[in-house]
Ligand binder design. Structure first.
Ligand SMILES: Cc1cc2nc3c(=O)[nH]c(=O)nc-3n(C[C@H](O)[C@H](O)[C@H](O)COP(=O)(O)O)c2cc1C
Length: 223
């Protein structure tokens, strides 16, 4: 697949078919993704793949915590502590668009919570990925890991598959760590669902907007 096509067709899929993904495909995706650059080539990323019964046990444990209303226990701040525009407006637009497709009315807390809980079921995907790095690494390594994750999602498109990066898993890192036996000295910075998109899932009709070039690019003088 052409790199531009891979970028253009990558989107966050929130409904997958149960069709399995061969282990060799996952290995090929991760091998390709590891061509990502990193400062001094330190390659700080680590990946834990989960499938089958182990993934089901993890989902059940996460769902139980969510249903019990256990507060999130994030190890790092992904989102701004103080939301403000334009970020707040964009976030709201995404939420309203997604919930509109799903028929969830504004203020329907129960339905919103149920939709959020689908994160913990990997939106039905057969493969879950968890991205980790050693805790003692610095901010530069977060950049490197971001590039690695993007490579994973683009390589996934190369196999005709789809993904959804998920910070939702970082709400209960202790549960993920316990169920998957992850080392304490690593930080869980992202989860991901991976598989075949379900064409009948309404959430997959979501088309997200992007700000026009002029909103985020400034060209200096040409000469
Ligand atoms: C690091 C990261 C974490 C995310 N976490 C979640 C999540 O927990 N659940 C979810 O449904 N989407 C999650 N998303 C998807 C974003 O909502 C999505 O990327 C954004 O709305 C743009 O849409 P697109 O990916 O379809 O282009 C996450 C995206 C990123 C990059």
């Amino acid at each position: 697949m052409d790199v531009f096509e891979a970028m253009a067709t990558r989107r966050s899929v929130r409904g997958f078919l149960p069709t399995p993904v061969p282990r060799e495909t996952i290995a090929a995706i991760l091998t390709a993704a590891a061509r990502a650059p990193s400062g001094s080539n330190i390659q700080p990323w680590r990946v834990r793949v989960t499938m089958g019964a182990e993934k089901q046990r993890l989902s059940a444990a996460l769902r139980a915590a969510h249903e019990a209303g256990r507060p999130a226990m994030r190890e790092y701040h992904y989102y701004p502590r103080q939301w403000r525009d334009p970020y707040l407006a964009r976030r709201r637009r995404l939420g309203w668009s997604l919930y509109g497709l799903l028929g969830i009315a504004r203020g329907d807390v129960a339905a919103s919570r149920a939709q959020h809980a689908r994160n913990y079921d990997f939106f039905g995907a057969p493969v879950g990925l968890f991205f980790l790095m050693d805790r003692d690494l610095e901010q530069g390594s977060w950049l490197d890991c971001g590039m690695f994750i993007q490579n994973v999602m683009l390589a996934t498109r190369g196999f005709g598959l789809h993904s959804c990066p998920q910070a939702a898993f970082c709400e209960y890192p202790d549960i993920v760590r316990r169920e998957l036996g992850l080392p304490e000295d690593s930080i869980l910075f992202c989860g991901m669902s991976l598989g075949h998109a379900d064409p009948d899932e309404p959430a997959n009709r979501l088309e997200t907007e992007r700000a026009p070039l002029a909103d985020f690019v400034t060209f200096g003088p040409a000469t």
